[in-house]
Design a protein around this ligand. Structure first.
Ligand SMILES: Cc1cc2nc3c(=O)[nH]c(=O)nc-3n(C[C@H](O)[C@H](O)[C@H](O)COP(=O)(O)OP(=O)(O)OC[C@H]3O[C@@H](n4cnc5c(N)ncnc54)[C@H](O)[C@@H]3O)c2cc1C
Length: 395
């Protein structure tokens, strides 16, 4: 199940003309492609330099949740969660969705107050998340030591699913609706003239187009530079470990995250998937190492002692695509006509993929979206505006 990329028989020849070129074949690229094609847009081409889902979307299991503090992030998470719930009926695809809930552990008064405020926002969107005591948290998740917990927020509708299966389902549906996929193809340049997109050059030649959508994940800053648009996306390595599969499964627990240390864990087949968002220097390196294990063990000894010193079988390293305020960049450029961007998801891209596909489709078509997307515009950094999105727990 780990690090699965998606194999899809892509195009053997590169077209000379496209209505829209999407750069990047991760969850965002394929979701946007699917939403455009199913709205009747023809001439959509997705360019991916490796295999579909080989970037950050190769993560073996991804959390899906609507539990955020900012209304805009709650709206993106909820819309996407609803879409992932419909994947079976809509695409005939099993994406391994397990709605086991999300449990945020509070060990300080400030965390309790933040979570109470977040739960109120989530409830206003119809979520059934709620505050629970430490004792109830330990009943739901028997790995936890209730003595160290002041409280927790619990959102039963959240959970996790397999990103590669979601990428495969969107890609197949998009291809059936006429989208052309160029895998193993790298965008080297995007040409503009008089403030508009003219063409895209790859290692296979040039495609004339007047619209480009950047869905290049952690590599988006470079794509922005191709057209002179500053996209402040910084790559940061994040790692997870998977324990050996056991003869019997562990008790099924929610996706559990300690707010003080960012240590987290949840089931992974008959094993556990675990990690911690420790301090990392920015960079594109994706080599896996166990350097984070000491910090994980220290955190586990406090909250979930039996998970300290885990018997890890293997691990996975990928990149967070961080923005300065850890919120997404979604919009149409004011500087270059025809340039759209959907990036900077700062570790939440899988759970936001379906909603962002809809929003970018509506931006492209000039339609009213299901929510106001201006809060995610990159201009919040260019104009030195106050940050418009205000997420409390940046994890
Ligand atoms: C350890 C870890 C845990 C995570 N956990 C979660 C989680 O629980 N829930 C969640 O929602 N998210 C999680 N994420 C984040 C999530 O994986 C990403 O936000 C999401 O996959 C981003 O999708 P994307 O399509 O924007 O980018 P990607 O999947 O990275 O796709 C971008 C693609 O663009 C391609 N590309 C770049 N430049 C070019 C070019 N010039 N030409 C052609 N192709 C190009 C790349 O090859 C890549 O395939 C986690 C990430 C990590 C690393």
């Amino acid at each position: 199940m780990a690090n699965q990329v998606v194999s899809l028989s892509g195009e053997t020849t590169q077209p000379s003309r496209a209505d829209v070129v999407i750069i990047g074949g991760g969850i965002m690229g394929v979701s946007i492609a699917y939403h455009l094609a199913s709205a009747g847009v023809r001439g959509v081409v997705v360019i991916e330099r490796a295999a579909l889902g080989s970037g950050s979307s190769a993560k073996p299991l991804g959390g899906v949740r609507a539990t955020f503090s900012d209304p805009a992030n709650v709206a993106l998470g909820k819309r996407s969660l609803d879409a992932y719930k419909r994947f079976g009926e809509e695409f005939g695809a099993d994406i391994g969705l397990r709605q086991v809930g999300y449990l945020f552990l509070c060990r300080s008064e400030a965390e309790v107050l933040d979570c109470e405020a977040s739960v109120a926002v989530q409830n206003s969107f119809g979520s059934n998340s709620r505050m629970i005591s430490g004792a109830e948290a330990a009943r739901i998740n028997p790995f936890l030591d209730p003595e160290v917990l002041l409280a927790a927020s619990f959102s039963p509708q959240d959970g996790y699913a397999e990103p590669s299966r979601a990428v495969a389902a969107y890609a197949a549906a998009a291809q059936a609706a006429g989208v052309r996929f160029l895998t193993g193809t790298e965008v080297l340049a995007v040409e503009t003239a008089a403030g508009s997109i003219r063409s895209v050059t790859t290692n296979r030649g040039t495609i004339r187009t007047d619209s480009v959508i950047c869905a290049a994940g952690a590599w988006s800053r470079h794509v922005g530079q191709m057209v002179g648009v500053e996209l402040p996306v910084t790559p940061v390595r994040r790692q997870i470990g998977m324990t050996r599969q056991q003869p019997q499964p562990y008790p099924e627990v929610p996706f559990t995250l300690d707010l003080s240390t960012t240590m987290y864990f949840h089931n992974y087949g008959n094993g556990m998937l675990l990690g911690i968002s420790n301090q990392q220097a920015p960079g594109f390196g994706r080599d896996f190492s166990f350097e984070w294990l000491g910090e994980f063990n220290a955190a586990a000894r406090i909250c979930a002692p039996s998970l300290a010193e885990p018997d890890l079988e293997f691990g996975w390293a990928g990149l967070y695509e961080n923005t300065p305020d850890h919120n997404a960049l979604i919009g149409a450029s004011d500087e270059v006509s025809g340039f759209f961007y959907a990036t900077g998801f700062s570790g939440h891209g899988f759970l936001q993929g379906p909603a962002v596909g809809e929003l970018v489709r509506d931006l492209y078509l000039g339609r009213q979206g299901f929510m106001d997307v201006s809060t995610f515009s990159v201009t919040r950094f260019h104009n030195d505006d106050e940050t418009l999105v205000r997420e409390v727990h940046i994890i």
